[in-house]
Every structure is written in C-alpha cells, then in structure tokens.
Design a protein. Structure first.
Length: 362
C-alpha cells in the first residue's frame, strides 16, 4: 500500500468510571491499570510496528499536554494537538483529519481510543493493516466491531447489515453498517447477543483523511465549514488563538451518529481480537491476576473471608472481613466502597461532587 498510515490517539477523556484513582488532572488513560505501562503508552506501543512515531498524532487538552509529553517523549511536540474544549469525537477527528491531509493528501487514519486493552497486539496490527488497505482502495469508512461474548450494558453496539462478505485472502468478514445503538439495558443487550447481528463498538475506526472530511461535509456541514476556516489558519502566526476560537464554536457531535450512521460508505470489520474498554473497576477481574478467593488486590492488605472483590490500595493497610463482590479503592483523600454491580453509578457520584462544588475531589 503506497498510502502513508497515521494514528490518531484520542486522549481527551475524563475516565470518571475509574474515580477516585482517575482524576481531572490524571485521568484513566495516563494511569497504570492493566500492566507496567500507562494505558496511553500501551496504545502507542501496540501499533509502533505499523505506524512510525512521526505519524502518530495525540489529541488531548491543555490540562494534560505536559503529561502526554512526559509519558510519550518520542512523539514530536507538533503532533500533540490540544483541544480548547471537549466537543465529542466528530470535531476531534475532523481536526485530526485536516492535519493528516496536510502531511499526506492520500493519508490513511487509524483512530484509536487511548485507554483500551487488547490482548494480542500483533493480531490487532494485522487487522488494522487489512482495514487500512481496504480504506485506501475503496475509500470506505471502517469501524471495528467485536463479537460480544456476553450481554454487556456499558458498551455501544453496531448493527450489521444483512449482506456480509469475506475479505479476500483473509479470514475476516466485513459488512455494511445498519445502525449504531447506544448502551442498552440488559434485555436489549441479551436480544442483541442472541440475534448474532450486533457487535460491540470498539471506538476504533480506519479511513482516508480525505474520505472522512467528505462525509463530514455531507452530514455535518456546519462542522465542515468551521474546519475549512481552521485550515485557512494553518501556518499563520496567530493560528492557535483563531483555531481555538473556531473549534470552541462547534457543537458536540459523535462520529458514530453524526457521520457513520448517515453515510452509505460505512462498513464494519468483524474483529477477532480479545478487547475491552476497561470501563470500570469491575472489569479489572478480567485483566489482572486474582488470589485463590477471586480477589484482585494491590498494595498492603489483609483479608478474611473475602471473595471476588477488587481491593485497590494506596499507602494505608486495607483490612477486610466478610466482603463479597465489593470494590474498595483507597487514595490519599478519598475512600470508595461499593458493590461491583453498582460500579457504573460511580459517574453519578462524580456528578454529585460537581453539583456540591467539591472540586478538590474531582
């Protein structure tokens, strides 16, 4: 494939479901959660055989700029793009597409969340390479769908169209995207899994920069008009101030519903990797070793008659008796205790702290 491949790492998330360890100043993507590297370090390392560092673009915000530079010192500083405000994925991807197109008009973008877990890096890179080849040749917009192994309610789903086809010379299937579905309730999730026609939305996308800009123009004309204004300021002395002003005027739009669901160029490759967004404390049981009682523990602890719990310590000793299916997270200023099944409500706790003006705990 003659087209250059670029990676766009989306690193602007707040990681609220991993509170209180994930904070505004140091959210989940910059933490060591599943290994000795931070989530964003693992993401960049995962694809370094496919994408050189000079072609890796990280989109984050001013608050985390120094953290990105310290954790990824090999990424050129001009490749760290700072959003003045969060506006969801469509403006973020549109801005990144302008940058890629400036570097290579035929460039292919791999769009990757900064904080996901993938078991087999080599297999994932192979899938990305297959998708990049298709995107370059057919100018399609490709999403990565993961076959669900259980009815998960914290993931979005992609509904496959009726027609599937085998990608030539591979073992992978690809199909047209029928619809994107937001996080379902348990009954919907069970129906999705039973149908065999719904896949977890991994948040990974592959396309030519020019192709996604064309589709943004069709589906989100206001956003495209603003992006073209931003393009006019590339190379000018006051570009940062003007670009920030234009970007801040954008509405919040997701690439899934704003573009992918409206275009007839969208396809989903049925990925075969073992994947997780590690979206809550409960998910750690799938990624970290457990003791003989099924507990995932760190730091100093002593446990009696405690089973299937997540115990995340800091400096203090954590002592527990009789816990079952619980999460205990101790930080310097906050102690969280909740049932594993209630982990998704941690974001509600964070919202409550915001409402009460307790910003020192965010």
């Amino acid at each position: 494939m003659k087209n250059q491949i670029f990676a766009v790492i989306m690193a602007g998330g707040s990681g609220v479901r991993f509170w209180p360890k994930s904070r505004k100043k140091l959210p989940k993507q910059f933490l060591r959660i599943t290994g000795d590297k931070t989530m964003i370090q693992s993401t960049v390392k995962r694809i370094d055989s496919l994408v050189p560092y000079q072609n890796t673009i990280v989109v984050t915000n001013l608050l985390h700029a120094n953290t990105v530079q310290s954790q990824l010192p090999f990424i050129p500083s001009e490749n760290i793009v700072l959003e003045p405000v969060g506006r969801n994925t469509a403006p973020c991807i549109g801005l990144a597409a302008l940058i890629v197109e400036q570097k290579d008009r035929e460039g292919v973008m791999l769009v990757l969340p900064a904080d996901h877990w993938i078991k087999d890096d080599k297999q994932f890179c192979n899938e990305l390479k297959i998708a990049a080849t298709i995107a370059a040749e057919k100018e399609t917009l490709i999403a990565f769908g993961i076959k669900p192994s259980y009815p998960e309610t914290s993931y979005g789903y992609i509904q496959c169209g009726k027609k599937r086809s085998l990608i030539p010379e591979t073992e992978y299937e690809i199909c047209q995207i029928e619809k994107f579905r937001e996080k379902p309730d348990i009954k919907q999730a069970e129906a999705f899994v039973k149908s065999g026609n719904f896949y977890w939305n991994s948040g990974t996308f592959v396309w030519k920069a020019s192709a996604i800009l064309e589709e943004i123009e069709k589906s989100l004309p206001f956003l495209h008009k603003g992006l073209m204004k931003i393009k006019e300021h590339f190379g000018k002395n006051n570009k940062k101030e003007e670009i920030d002003k234009i970007f801040s005027s954008f509405q919040s739009e997701s690439i899934d519903f704003g573009v992918m669901e409206k275009t007839n160029r969208a396809e989903v490759i049925l990925s075969q990797v073992d994947w997780s967004d590690v979206g809550s404390w409960k998910a750690l049981k799938n990624h970290l070793p457990a003791d003989n009682s099924g507990n995932v523990v760190s730091k100093k602890h002593i446990l009696i008659d405690t089973n299937n719990s997540i115990i995340e310590g800091n400096e203090r000793m954590i002592a527990a008796i009789g816990l079952k299916d619980m999460v205990v997270v101790d930080t310097k200023d906050v102690l969280l205790i909740c049932p594993k099944e209630k982990c998704q409500q941690i974001k509600n706790l964070v919202e409550q702290l915001k409402k009460e003006g307790k910003d020192e705990f965010l």
